[in-house]
Design a protein around this ligand. Structure first.
Ligand code: DHK
Length: 148
């Protein structure tokens, strides 16, 4: 018997994104993590999806959250923070669970330091939204849900 796809997305924010609102506002803006979680939830709700939000400064906790989404989420919206540029393990978690995911960056990483130009997720992400501020999360939801 086939099981229906859950109408739920996992929202993952990685290291330092708990500081949104006070962290380098010239780069990341003034919206807080709570604002991001709210606007992402609102965008998903309008499309008939729930959101489970996770943020951690610890790579293993992020990987655990992604693993837990394997059976009860339809996709993942993730801003991996600095792990974007360093983490094979985070990439492996995402490809391992096999859920389509959207990679979001608030800032325009390509206009910043060279070490931010490479992403371990770029070739496996279903959607990429870069440099659109926190509104990029809503856009990511729309583009991801359109693929589900
Ligand atoms: C957030 C971070 O924490 C950085 O390490 C990335 C990303 C960029 C962002 O723009 O949201 O390099």
């Amino acid at each position: 018997m086939s099981r229906s796809v859950p109408r739920r997305l996992l929202l993952v924010n990685g290291p330092n994104l708990n500081l949104l609102g006070t962290r380098e506002p010239g780069i990341y803006g003034s919206a807080t993590l709570a604002d991001v979680e709210r606007l992402t939830t609102d965008a998903a709700t309008a499309l008939g999806y729930e959101v489970r939000a996770a943020q951690s400064n610890h790579e293993g906790a992020l990987i655990d959250a992604i693993h837990a989404a394997r059976t009860d989420c339809a996709g993942v919206v993730i801003n991996p923070g600095g792990l974007t540029h360093t983490s094979v393990s985070l990439r492996d978690a995402l490809t391992g669970v096999g859920l389509p995911f959207a990679e979001v960056h608030i800032s325009d990483v390509h206009a910043r330091e060279a070490f931010r130009h490479f992403s371990y997720l770029e070739d496996v992400a279903a959607v990429r939204v870069i440099g659109q501020g926190v509104d990029g999360y809503a856009r990511a939801v729309h583009e991801l849900v359109a693929l589900l």
